[in-house]
Write a protein that binds this ligand. Sequence first.
Ligand code: CA
Length: 633
Amino acid sequence: MGYCKNLPLPGAKLMQFFASLGLIFSVLNIWRGTEGWSYHYSTKTMDWEDARNWCRQNYTDMVAIQNKEEISHLHNFLPKPNKGYYWIGMRKTDGIWTWVGTNKRLSKKAENWASNEPNNGGNNEDCVEMYIKRGKDDGKWNDMSCSSKNTALCYTASCKNDSCISGQGECVETINDHTCSCFEGFYGERCEHVVKCKPEDITTPHHGSVQCSHPNGNFSYDSQCEYLCKEGYKIKGTSVTRCTSTKEWSSRPPTCEFVQCPELTEPQKGNMQCHNPLGKFSYQSNCEFVCKEGYTLGDSSSSTLFCGANGHWNASQPYCKIVKCKPEDITTPDHGSVQCSNGSFSYDSNCEYSCEEGYKIKGSRTTKCTSTKEWSSRPPTCELVQCPELMKPLGGTMLCHDPKGNFSYQSTCDFVCDEGYTLRDSSSSTLFCGITGHWNDSQPNCEIIKCKPEDITTPDHGSVQCSHPNGGFSYDSKCKFSCEEGYKVKGSSTTRCTSTKEWSSRPPTCELIQCPALENAADGLLNCTSNFSYGSMCIFSCAEGYHLRGASEISCTETAEWSQETPHCEAHPESLVTEVTLGVAATVGSSGLLLALWILKKLRRNANKFDLNSNSETEDQPQVYKNSISSLI
Ligand code: CA
């Protein structure tokens, strides 16, 4: 294919061309035979096949007819042949009418059949002739046998390869001539000129560059310029501009603006500090993120973000999340409980421990989740409330009941003093260990019971001696009373300090020892010293003819008894009688002075030797004497 329109039918463009000229026929006559699109016909007749070959050998091809103007031109131009009419370039192929030059089927619109045609007269009428100067249906078509004889109608194309500038326009056939139809951006008779745009309209932007390509000459139609920005800058505007057919660039030069990254926000519970060498959140900006106390950057967060040349941050927007402490570090102590301020166990949350009644916290009562993800203190323990240890009191016993532990909360201790001891006035007999770890009273003590010393008085004519095994005049102190000679104790001679703080008995008195009173016997004489009290001596004497039976002298003993039976006077053996008589005679008959001396001598002897029983004269049975004495009295 060349750049000339090498078609048998110039078509619509040709028609427009004719219309603009107005005077079609006269011009066609003038151009006839000149170089360009032209028609030719044979002087001989031939069948359709020969006619086609003849046209192709001598001209371009057989004529194909497509419009009325061309038909009119041919009708005027061509002479009436001597025989038949003119073959045209259409043939039936496989039953379909086809233009042989282009191998295109005949469209309904382009049909130009004479009336009652095509009638396919029953003789394979597969070729087409055109009536010229027939007088009826002139310019119309008739189908007829291809072997019929007709005049060949040919044409010659005007366009050559170099009729128009290659690539800038195309050659269009006109009747007897051709013309160049310029492509967009080109002009001139052969489309040899190209539209130019202003080179000065292409400016290099700041922070950028421009590169142009010129397929049709510098800054000419279809020149393209591409703007580029340096790293970190991006084009604002259109990056590519093109020189259009209107001598204008398709767009104004763009500018290079620094790349903008998406805006970052300060995280909740954190701070953001940005360094912006070019512009806020722009290329080369870097932002540092710091979380407030108790918060840390989210797992996927970077602490510093850089705005890259591609307009993206190197990481996603950081966020701060609250610090969490381990919930498993909060353990409930034995005999205790724990309550936390909220279920999150996060920064600043509190847990408060408490112990059951009777237990006290050892350790910290509260713990707090710190910013280091650690609890401020370890869980405390609950320890049994402990009271101070109590002692068994001296002189007493202690019996404790410990439901929880020794000397612990709810322990009770009973104190009992041994006999002779009593709880000190201020002491309680039972102590109870309270919830505060204190006993309800002080340690009880047993103290020795004391009796009143002033209750121990020395009796007249007596004395007292005390022994104090437990200290002076205290429990079990004993006192022994004794009386002077001649006196006897009346009452209890001993007393003891009892557990009732009382002496077992009142102090006794000392009473004079008194022997029974003696009387003169009928046959005798009684002479006594003192008044029958302890130590008094009585001397017995009998009348003449009587002799004394028993001791002549008796004395009052400390047992308030007489030392011997009271003697009596008997009238018995002579020796005895003589003696008595002598004695009595001496007494009665002679001098009383003699008798007095004798008695005094006897008394002395008795004082020296108190034991009357040793007297040989009193060896007889005491019972007998007793009876005798009683009879004497
Ligand atoms: Ca026919």
